[in-house]
Design a protein around this ligand. Structure first.
Ligand code: GCB
Length: 620
């Protein structure tokens, strides 16, 4: 599956804008819309919702904001008359968390996983020159079979509520664009590039693989194989080849790197079809406790982020993206993690062009069912047996307990699918330097090893060119973690000075240093993928106390000093880039405030500190 792009043979309609919209609040188990087949006629009710956007913060009724179940989006699109004879595809970039699509009266796609695209060939259903009714049912339910997981319960009055084990609001809707696009009937179906670069000689190499296919309407598939041209940024052809697989040599290659994100362009032709791909020539390797980009050690400075903002929630927004990257540049960051799910493809395209290094994360967050405020005391995550004793059960009227069995085979299959879709979508981006396959799973539990071994193996098989990692949780320090040896990078999320020893930075930093030195014994590169403190914008205190901007500054400052004493620590990612929405909770006043920027993207005091530290370090 290829990202829609315009070319001499391809055209698209981006179906952004207001769609007809309806909440499915019926009591039927399958949802009233499904039972009554709402896709067969214009949606009634007169509501409209923008795409892309989360719907949750656009409504005023609390029950609608917290709705658990399906919502329906619908619009008509006139299929251009000029598309006659071409293959026509309907594509959703993200339906969070489950999307079912109808073209007219026919169901054409059904997809689980809220952050990766899916598409369907609708050539037979789309009449050129006439309107096509497009209906999308979006479900937001999280269960023990989904990634991320959750538990749904119903009150005596039938009101359903969703519980989940991750610390960001469960925004839902059509979060990214929906497209209708046309290609020739015989078309380029997939493209993979792998690059190599020899810093000693400057020799670059691009290995490519082209998949082609022909839709049912193709009368005359091309006899010639695909051919490719590699052009430099000025448009000059620097290498070319024929055939579905090949190697392109670039004698004096200009490598892609932060500060100089040089992009070539691969032009692919197959019969009448043309497709192009930006290509950055670069290598990423782990050597001992170093992470090497183009053979040279790099240190990562940046953030864990979120796709999050006021009003639009998790809906992709070019304006927010451009502001975020401007702030990353201003502060001197060279990298970020797509915590805790794959971000919009527009973000990765932009990171390629801006020279940001990205740890791309699968949406596997909350696989730790006994964690802190979100989990149940004593719950087991990967162990297939009843999870708790009566003594550790919830309070009367408390949340629905996590059931027996917890994270099992179904969730593992969903997790594997999420990893596959992430790598298939993002493997051609030079900005992506590592795959993070989970955030804070319970890797102190013995059964975590059997759960993760096949997932790591699958990630390596899908892409042998990038390190594989996961973000380790505080409850699984080196003495008890059972999976770290399976991975290439050690990523740790640590809150010394916040959840542990709040207000006592001296003790906190001693424990932080001790733990990092214990991880250093693995001899692998260490990235601190989370550290930080909540700070309410405008709250000041001298001496610094928790929740003040001054305490956030002091904690980050002290942590950076510790990291720089330990040579194996090659990355520091502050949690978080900006304040963000979470589920309603008494310890989350208006959301999570660990942002170094406010939710409307203005600096807190810590931003100025980081700017001073990071800009002094220079690029890379
Ligand atoms: C974590 C999680 C992140 C939370 C953060 C916090 O360890 O990975 O999702 O938001 O802590 O602020 O508690």
């Amino acid at each position: 599956m290829l990202t829609p792009r315009e070319s001499s043979s391809r055209e698209y309609l981006r179906l952004d804008g207001l769609w007809r919209f309806r909440f499915d609040t019926g009591a039927e188990a399958a949802g009233a819309g499904t039972v009554q087949e709402w896709w067969r006629a214009p949606l009634t009710g007169g509501r409209e919702m923008p795409v892309p956007a989360s719907y949750n913060d656009l409504v005023t009724d609390p029950a609608e904001r917290e709705h658990v179940g399906d919502v329906w989006y619908q619009r008509d699109v006139v299929v251009p008359a000029s598309w006659a004879g071409r293959r026509i595809v309907l594509r959703c970039d993200a339906a969070t968390h489950h999307g079912t699509v109808w073209a007219g009266d026919t169901q054409v796609a059904d997809h689980s996983g809220g952050y990766t695209p899916f598409e369907a060939d609708v050539t037979e259903l789309a009449r050129c020159g006439e309107p096509l009714r497009v209906t999308v049912r979006v479900g937001n339910e999280l269960t023990m079979a989904t990634i991320p997981p959750g538990v749904i319960s119903a009150s005596a009055g039938g009101q359903r509520s969703q519980r989940y084990f991750h610390d960001f609001y469960n925004y839902a809707g059509l979060h990214r664009s929906v497209w209708l696009y046309a290609t020739p009937p015989a078309y380029i179906d997939g493209l993979t590039v792998r690059t190599d670069f020899d810093p000693a000689t400057g020799a670059g190499q691009v290995c490519y693989h082209v998949d082609t296919a022909a839709s049912g309407t193709a009368t005359d598939p091309p006899v010639a194989p695909a051919s490719v041209l590699l052009r430099d940024a000025a448009g000059e052809v620097v290498a070319q080849a024929e055939g579905p697989d090949g190697e392109l040599a670039v004698a004096s290659g200009r490598p892609w790197q932060p500060g100089d994100p040089y992009l070539y362009r691969l032009d692919v032709t197959y019969g009448a079809d043309e497709y192009w791909l930006p290509v950055g020539i670069r290598t990423v390797r782990v050597a001992g406790s170093r992470l090497l980009l183009n053979g040279a050690p790099i240190t990562l400075r940046g953030f864990g982020m979120h796709e999050d903002g006021a009003i639009r929630g998790k809906g992709h927004d070019d304006a927010r993206m451009v502001r975020d990257f401007a702030l990353l540049d201003w502060i001197g960051a060279n990298s970020f993690r797509t915590s805790h799910y794959p971000y919009a493809e527009e973000v990765l395209d932009y990171a390629d062009r801006r020279g940001l290094l990205v740890i791309a994360e699968a949406p596997a967050v909350g696989l730790h069912l006994s964690l802190g405020n979100m989990g149940d005391h004593g719950a087991r995550t990967f162990t297939p047996e009843p999870t708790k004793t009566a003594a550790s059960g919830p309070e009367p009227n408390g949340p629905e307990p996590i059931g027996a069995g917890a994270i099992g085979a179904e969730a593992a299959a969903a997790h594997l699918a999420a990893i596959r879709e992430l790598i298939a979508r993002d493997r051609n981006h030079p900005c992506v330097i590592a795959w993070s396959i989970a955030n804070e799973p319970d890797t102190a539990e013995g059964a975590a090893r059997d759960y993760f071994s096949p997932l790591v193996a699958a990630a390596r098989e899908l892409d042998a060119t990038r390190p594989v990692c996961f973000a380790n949780v505080a409850t699984a320090p080196p003495a008890v973690d059972v999976v770290t040896d399976l991975f290439d990078l050690i990523c740790v999320n640590r809150y010394y000075g916040w959840y542990v020893h709040p207000g006592d930075l001296k003790a906190a930093m001693r424990y932080l240093e001790d733990e990092l030195r214990a991880w250093a014994r693995y001899g692998k590169p260490i990235v601190v993928t989370e550290f930080g403190a909540d700070a309410l914008p405008g709250l000041h205190a001298l001496p610094p106390v928790v929740w003040s901007e001054d305490y956030q500054v002091a904690l980050i400052d002290a942590s950076l000093r510790v990291f720089r004493r330990i040579p194996q620590v090659i990355g520091e990612h502050v949690w978080n880039f900006a304040d963000f929405a979470t589920a309603q909770a008494v310890h989350r006043p208006g959301g999570n405030h660990k942002g170094v920027f406010t939710r409307d993207r203005q600096p807190k005091a810590a931003a100025w500190l980081l700017r001073e530290r990071w800009r002094d370090d220079g690029p890379g």
